[in-house]
Design a protein around this ligand. Structure first.
Ligand code: CAA
Length: 383
């Protein structure tokens, strides 16, 4: 057992930290207020290899694993969680499944364009009546009647991260209405410029406001049969396995937000004086900082274990769910305590604290709410 980052992991952490602190942190308030990410950020991310972290080098990616992706995501999210989730979804929910299940043609067509940042990736699972119950997807894909093997897609997806700027969507559709819900879904790659695909309502969110969250509407969207990812009717398994990786990404996001809260609290507690001494001299504040640090460190270790298992090709549904529960709970605890330590100043937008407080909240909701993670955990333990 080794708790030290190796040479490559250390390089990734230092590179991502320098970029995040220099380029993302100064933009984070602007991203939040303007509800978008500065477009020049995407090429910078790609230049550093952050848009193709787990894509093999032969397809233009960085050829790394989930461990390095988690380390990079912690750094990005400690500075700007809107950018952090954009990168997490792009890598874990699109680059990774194409790498794992794509045909050679699909890999050659899409992976270099994702790794270079030419295309942003997105994942369309949730629908108005299929949220936590992901197997209830109703968006349909039927084979074209002309015998061409093309799929024709109709339906509506919601809460689509990267919806407004994605060039490629991985869309989960119902291809079999006779089978049970989970056994009649497929995964299809749909380029954003396919006729009939439109970006619908943009959500105005409590936090991660710079990220793009939209509806995506499909009206007789026709794609070639070559766009099917994996086997027909096996899409639910792809969706769930992909989310195991995505949940490690969101857990990393939570660790990053929590760490930013901790660092801000330590700094403020050393500077702010009351009753003739820095507030950090009071045990009430010291204990808050001790609790924040302990929960964040514990969460990071669970993230690293889940990422390590996934990189070994082992199923990590249990460990990814545990990491997500621990990290999202730690982030919200840290954000709450951080705001309390900053007092009235933290409640204004003079500091990043109120943004961190708002950004932390979503980590307990998306890519499977905490209660869903507890279902995954208990099913893995109890059957
Ligand atoms: N890997 C591989 N296979 C898996 C799997 C995994 N992680 N999880 C389940 N499966 C398989 C099961 O083994 C089972 O196969 P068999 O029938 O052959 O045994 C099949 O899939 C069905 O599994 P379940 O019976 O567990 O399915 P369920 O309908 O009870 O659902 C659930 C389980 C955990 C509740 C699941 O629906 C779930 O995770 N829901 C939450 C969905 C979610 O996280 N949505 C977020 C969308 S993305 C987002 O938030 C926006 C964004 O862009 C960031």
């Amino acid at each position: 057992m080794d708790f030290q980052l190796n040479e490559q992991e250390t390089l990734v952490r230092d590179m991502a930290r320098e970029f995040a602190q220099k380029e993302l942190l100064p933009r984070a308030t602007k991203h939040d207020r303007e509800e978008t990410i500065d477009p020049e950020v995407f090429p910078m991310l790609a230049e550093l290899g952050l848009m193709g972290m787990t894509i093999p080098e032969e397809y233009g990616g960085a050829g790394m694993g989930n461990a390095e992706l988690a380390i990079a995501l912690e750094e990005l999210n400690a500075a700007c969680a809107s950018t952090g989730v954009t990168v997490s979804v792009h890598n874990s929910l699109l680059g990774s499944p194409i790498t794992k299940w794509g045909t050679e043609e699909q890999k050659q067509t899409w992976l270099p364009r994702l790794a270079s940042g030419e295309l942003i990736g997105s994942y369309c699972l949730t629908e108005p009546n299929a949220g936590s119950d992901a197997a209830a997807v109703a968006t349909s894909a039927v084979l074209a009647p002309d015998g061409s093997g093309d799929w024709i897609i109709n339906g509506t997806k919601i809460w689509v991260t990267n919806g407004g700027w994605a060039g490629l969507f991985l869309v989960y559709v119902r291809t079999n209405t006779e089978a049970s819900n989970a056994k009649g879904m497929s995964a299809i790659l749909v380029p954003a410029d396919t006729p009939g695909l439109t970006v619908g309502k943009k959500e105005h969110k409590t936090g991660i406001r710079g990220s793009s969250t939209t509806e995506i509407l499909f009206e007789n969207v026709r794609v070639s049969g070559a766009h099917l990812l994996g086997e027909v009717d096996k899409g639910f398994m792809i969706a769930m396995d992909t989310l195991d990786g995505g949940r490690i990404g969101i857990a990393s996001q939570a660790v990053g937000i929590g760490r930013a809260c901790l660092e801000s609290s330590i700094k403020y507690a050393g500077e702010r004086e009351q009753f003739g001494r820095p507030i950090g001299a009071f045990q009430a504040v010291q204990f808050k900082i001790a609790d924040m640090a302990t929960r964040i460190d514990a969460a990071r270790l669970l993230v690293q274990r889940a990422a390590w298992m996934r990189d070994r090709g082992e199923r990590c549904s249990l460990q990814a769910a545990q990491a997500k529960v621990a990290a999202s709970t730690a982030a919200n605890f840290a954000a709450d305590e951080c705001l309390q330590i900053h007092g009235g100043a933290g409640y204004t937008d003079d500091f990043h604290v109120e943004r961190l407080f708002r950004d932390a909240r979503i980590t307990e909701i998306y890519e499977g709410a905490t209660d869903i993670q507890k279902i995954v955990i208990s099913r893995n333990l109890m059957g």
